[in-house]
Design a binder for this molecule. Structure first.
Ligand code: FES
Ligand code: FES
Length: 161
């Protein structure tokens, strides 16, 4: 039997009826209709389903939706600033770190969480923060470069290209 829960997603409250066994990725995509969050493997291996829960990268394919009541969920749709892109999103585009884009929402959210804590990460720190996010397209060099560049954008050390 479904249960009525309140989820805070991108600062908005959604009242949704969910099965106690429903995973957050399904509720976000199918019930709430925010399809930026991707479902790849569905078993915790690829990171495509990453969202932020209370600011921490979390695999939404392994997280029960009912366990997320009272927590702040951020999806890729919640990152843009008005009509503008978040600096991490902009950096991924500017540095060519996006091809098919399937991994990108998870990559961007994991990168944002890293940069929130450490605005000047080393290459090893970036690799470690993104270790759970797999990309089949770009290789990782451009993604790592994009995260470093995003840190500079966030600190205003570089302007728009
Ligand atoms: S879909 Fe969640 S880790 Fe792959
Ligand atoms: S850009 Fe295609 S999986 Fe990463």
């Amino acid at each position: 039997m479904k249960k009525l829960v309140q989820l805070e997603i991108n600062g908005e409250i959604f009242d949704v009826a969910v099965s106690p066994t429903a995973y957050l990725v399904e509720v976000i995509r199918e019930t709430v209709g925010l399809t930026g969050t991707k479902k790849g493997c569905g078993i915790g291996d690829c990171g495509a389903c990453t969202v932020l829960i209370d600011g921490k990268p979390t695999l939404s394919c392994l997280t029960l939706a009912i366990a997320c009541q009272g927590k702040a969920i951020t999806t890729i749709e919640g990152l843009s600033q008005g009509a503008g892109l978040h600096p991490v999103q902009k950096a991924f585009i500017d540095k060519g770190a996006v091809q098919c884009g399937f991994c990108t929402p998870g990559m961007v959210l994991s990168s944002k969480a890293l940069l929130d804590e450490n605005s000047t990460p080393t290459e090893d720190e970036i690799k470690s923060a993104l270790a759970g996010n797999l990309c089949r397209c770009t290789g990782y060099a451009k993604i790592i470069e994009a995260v470093g560049y995003a840190g500079k954008l966030l600190k205003g050390e570089v302007g728009d290209e």
